[in-house]
Design a protein around this ligand. Structure first.
Ligand SMILES: [Zn+2]
Length: 354
């Protein structure tokens, strides 16, 4: 038997030396083994060939079992090692630490049980970066709800200071913060509300250069400013940087809100408001007045639309405008279309069209 095994090993080695494939060499070994088993089964027990090759079929069967066991052991080891590598890749150092602490899980529990948000939605909120332009009437509730909802990074830009006449509707500020820059007053309240978020205050006026640098850093822009020049600027840079923009506006008893995101379909702000209105036709809150809870309604809607945009829940206001009339308690929704001759988004849209 030993002689046959040595012969087989020699054949195997010779095959290797001549570059015969492993499969072919294994086939030769298998054939020799099968031949030996057949010979032992077919020949009489005292045949010289049988006597010289072990005398019995059993050692050959045992040999096959040993080889099979060794092969199975190696395959099992290889599978275990592959699984360990995969496990390690899935739990690389970046993800080893859980994203949420116990305190955060408890804080966001009412979100987590919503089918449309859940764990993945809350994770998306935590990883999101949202920039709010203006810490005034619309910015106040928007910032507070973004903070409360757990949006991980919230930027706020405003060059104004808190005045007593703001406090009738700008509820993120308090009597104690009169005179303080609005962005720092807002930061204080947001961090007091939710210490698990990061607030980035920018105490400056939004100009073209600042907008371009800032918008590129954020996933979503919320515009709550009250003058057309800033709105046009925000829209233009948002389109340029392909950043979705949620813009709302209020006056007296009425407000409107939409999501402008021409890079992913629908119009931009300029498609809907092509011309700057003549002075006096679109009076600001200071000129025309505004009822206290109205910015609360529209600013909260901005935060709600932001959460939907970031988590993918429901349907956003892309291509639609919601108009709310507080005086008569009515709301309506109109469809918005991209203007083919829009000077801001039309070219960008053409470039991204398939
Ligand atoms: Zn446009």
């Amino acid at each position: 038997m030993l002689g046959i095994l040595i012969l087989a090993a020699a054949l195997f080695a010779l095959g290797w030396a001549f570059g015969v494939s492993l499969r072919a060499r294994l086939a030769v070994l298998g054939t020799i083994w099968a031949g030996m088993v057949l010979a032992h089964l077919a020949m009489p027990a005292d045949a010289p060939f049988r006597v010289s090759t072990g005398g019995d079929v059993r050692p050959w069967l045992v040999l096959a079992l040993v080889v099979l066991a060794l092969w199975g052991y190696r395959a099992g080891l290889r599978r275990l090692r592959a699984r360990a590598v995969k496990h390690e890749a899935a739990h690389s150092p970046a993800q080893k630490q859980p994203l949420f602490s116990e305190a955060e899980l408890n804080r966001y529990a009412r979100h987590m049980i919503l089918r449309e948000v859940g764990g993945p939605g809350q994770r998306a909120l935590k990883q999101a970066k949202v920039l709010v332009i203006g810490a005034g009437g619309l910015g106040s509730p928007a910032l507070l709800y973004l903070a409360a909802a757990g949006v991980g990074t919230i930027g706020v830009i405003d060059d104004d200071g808190v005045e007593a006449s703001n406090l009738q509707r700008q509820i993120i500020h308090t009597d104690l913060t009169i005179g303080m820059p609005k962005v720092f007053s807002a930061q204080e309240q947001m961090e007091a509300l939710n210490p698990f978020i990061r607030v980035k205050p920018y105490h400056r006026r939004l100009d073209e250069e600042t907008a371009r640098a800032l918008f590129a850093e954020y996933d979503l822009i919320l515009d709550g400013t009250d003058n057309f020049d800033t709105r046009f600027l925000v829209n233009r840079i948002a389109v340029e940087t392909r950043t979705p923009l949620i813009a709302a506006a209020i006056t007296q008893w009425e407000g409107q809100i939409s999501l402008y995101d021409p890079a992913r379909g629908g119009p931009c702000y300029r498609c809907v408001f092509p011309e700057r209105p003549a002075d006096g036709l679109a009076p600001s809150c200071a000129e025309a007045g505004v009822i206290a809870p109205l910015p609360g309604v529209l600013g909260s809607m901005m935060a709600l639309e932001a959460v939907k945009q970031l988590t993918g829940a429901g349907a956003t206001l892309r291509g639609a405008m919601l108009i709310y009339d507080g005086l008569y308690g009515e709301s309506r929704r109109i469809t918005l279309k991209q203007r083919p001759d829009c000077p801001v988004c039309n070219r960008v849209h053409d470039e991204t069209a398939p």
